[in-house]
Design a protein around this ligand. Structure first.
Ligand SMILES: Nc1nc2c(ncn2[C@@H]2O[C@H](COP(=O)(O)OP(=O)(O)OP(=O)(O)O)[C@@H](O)[C@H]2O)c(=O)[nH]1
Ligand SMILES: [Mg+2]
Length: 233
């Protein structure tokens, strides 16, 4: 198994060093940081790790239009040019625990992709205020009802793909450029007939740095399920 994890970053300089150190403790895991020209110099912090560990850490510096979805698409193309057998994705803000990656990888033995899930038995959220819990729970229910997607936590950005599955997804035609990308990708995967293994995780609210959840991001995510439902017909 040759796993690689894609970590999109925008202003995460206080979180990234600890995250990379924890990721490097996982046997053989390679790291691809996709930085969107962060004003706080996260890109340079990532470069320092890459210089010290060329075999395992790589940085993709994006310029031009910023976006989580755009970053993931660029990162996935780079990842697919490596010989990685499994491609994971996770947030840089330490909300996702690197120690859960081996369980996600193991779940891909029985499914084309695995999701670190807050909404299956054993899944938890720590330190989220009630309004964030409600927004997230509502978003998941809203998406499931409108699109028919059977995944409990379809907004989770903590995932692991078998390489062969990711290769088959139409990355070039995914239109969401923000957080909605996460949902659109899950929808494409389930349309392709891929099985999803949901692995319970404990999600911890970020302690450092700021959330990038904006009104536009929420609006794009509110519209997306209707677009997907229309495409189904
Ligand atoms: N490359 C890139 N990364 C981004 C962008 N927006 C967010 N990210 C990263 O995506 C991950 C998730 O973003 P967060 O701001 O933590 O969003 P969130 O997890 O939904 O919100 P919180 O729970 O408040 O943290 C983090 O690693 C961010 O740095 C972007 O435009 N470009
Ligand atoms: Mg976060």
């Amino acid at each position: 198994m040759r796993p690689l994890v894609i970590v999109p970053t925008y202003n995460e300089r206080d979180n990234l060093p600890l995250l990379i150190e924890q990721l490097l403790t996982i046997d053989g895991l390679r790291i691809l940081v996709v930085d969107d020209d962060s004003p706080d110099q996260t890109g340079q912090v990532a470069d320092e790790f890459a210089a010290a560990n060329r075999a395992r850490v790589q940085v993709l510096h994006r310029t031009g239009r910023r976006g989580l979805g755009l970053s993931y698409i660029d990162g996935m193309y780079v990842a697919l040019r490596t010989d990685s057998t499994h491609i994971c994705q996770m947030d840089a803000d330490l909300s996702h625990n690197p120690a859960d990656i081996p369980r996600l990888l193991a779940a891909t033995e029985r499914a084309e992709f695995a999701i670190g899930s807050r909404y299956v038995a054993g899944g938890r959220i720590e330190n989220w205020p009630p309004h964030r819990r409600m927004l997230s729970a509502f978003a998941n229910r809203y998406i499931r009802v409108i699109t028919g997607l059977a995944i409990r936590d379809c907004t989770s950005g903590f995932r692991c793909w078998r390489r062969a599955a990711l290769e088959k997804l139409p990355l070039a035609s995914i239109r969401s450029d923000g957080y909605a990308f996460i949902v659109e990708l899950a929808w494409e995967a389930s349309k392709a007939g891929f099985r999803c293994g949901e692995v319970p995780i404990t999600f911890v609210e970020r302690r450092r740095g700021a959330s990038k959840l904006s009104t536009w991001v929420i609006l794009e995510s509110a519209i997306l399920p209707w677009r997907l439902a229309a495409r189904r017909k």
